[in-house]
Design a binder for this molecule. Structure first.
Ligand code: ATR
Length: 271
């Protein structure tokens, strides 16, 4: 049976085996997908071992997404720009690296009927999660994409990578002076139980608020959005399933039904 893994540290909480198992059932693909805890410093070894047993591919999660790039013989353009890889494919004796997070996000926004063409998008954060979604967002031709970050220099560095594109950077304070249609939280503030230092006034009733994180309860960012009567509140579970679907398609050349698996996953997480 074809072997796949998701490598991470920690990894116990990963929903990827559940998602890929459901995709495989749906599409009648015969494969085995498991999560694997990898000690820091042992990532390359884990990848080489998987290749040795005839593995076909792997997903990569924190903290190995940058290191995964260095092992690849071939990198997609979007992985190069993101500076990270979440999908490895082993074929023709080579390692191919791609990142599917951005497409996962954009597909989920579209599935939630959030238009991006000509819209004003605010992206909060400039870490790995933010970097991975910029190219796919720009490809949807928004009016503007503003990257705001606590450490502004990091947002500036990202913007420099996209000359001629409608992208700019600013501080969290400067966010308050602008209007947006879509606000995406790509910071890890909520995960650490910290509040996002942005003015709540930027969340107006016409705004869609998207949080790349998720949990049983509404995330802290979405709680604020709800209080502010934002038009739509969307958590990152659809993005998780979406990025998995793009990876699955890369490996198996077949598109799974994301919506069905998202419904199953939500049910599974609510118990
Ligand atoms: P990830 O891979 O999840 O993006 P990361 O690369 O460590 O993780 O990036 C975390 C992001 O969350 C960064 O944009 C970080 O801001 P800084 O670049 O200024 O560190 C942001 N972040 C984390 N905690 C935050 C907080 N309490 N308030 C605002 N931003 C925060």
């Amino acid at each position: 049976m074809d072997q796949y893994r998701v490598f991470g540290n920690p990894i116990k909480q990963s929903r990827s085996p559940f998602i890929h198992q459901k995709f495989a059932e749906q599409t009648n693909e015969l494969l085995n997908y498991q999560s694997e805890y990898v000690e820091l410093g042992a990532f390359e070894l884990a990848v080489r071992q998987l290749i040795k047993i005839g593995g076909k591919g792997a997903n990569v999660t924190a903290p190995f997404k940058e290191e995964a790039m260095t092992l690849c013989d071939h990198l997609s353009e979007r992985a190069k720009l993101a500076g990270a890889v979440n999908t490895l494919s082993f074929k023709d004796g080579c390692i191919w690296g791609d990142t599917t997070d951005g497409d996962g996000l954009v597909n989920d926004l579209l599935a939630n009927k959030v238009a991006l063409l000509g819209k004003r998008i605010l992206l909060l954060g400039a870490g790995g999660a933010a970097k991975g979604v910029i190219l796919p967002l720009l490809e949807k031709n928004p009016a503007k994409l503003v990257v705001a970050n606590r450490t502004v220099s990091k947002a500036e560095n990202i913007v420099e990578q996209y000359p001629g594109k409608p992208i700019s950077s600013c501080s969290f304070e400067e966010v308050a002076e602008q209007a947006f249609d879509v606000i995406i939280n790509a910071t890890s503030a909520g995960l650490n139980g910290q509040a996002l230092p942005i003015s709540e006034h930027v969340i107006q009733p016409n705004v869609t608020c998207y949080d790349m994180t998720y949990g049983k309860e509404l995330t802290p960012f979405l709680q604020i959005a709800k209080k502010r009567n934002a038009a739509k509140l969307i958590d990152g579970l659809g993005m998780l399933v979406g990025q998995a679907a793009v990876s699955f398609n890369i490996w198996r050349n077949i598109q799974p039904d994301e919506k069905k698996v998202l419904t199953l996953l939500r049910k599974e997480m609510s118990v």
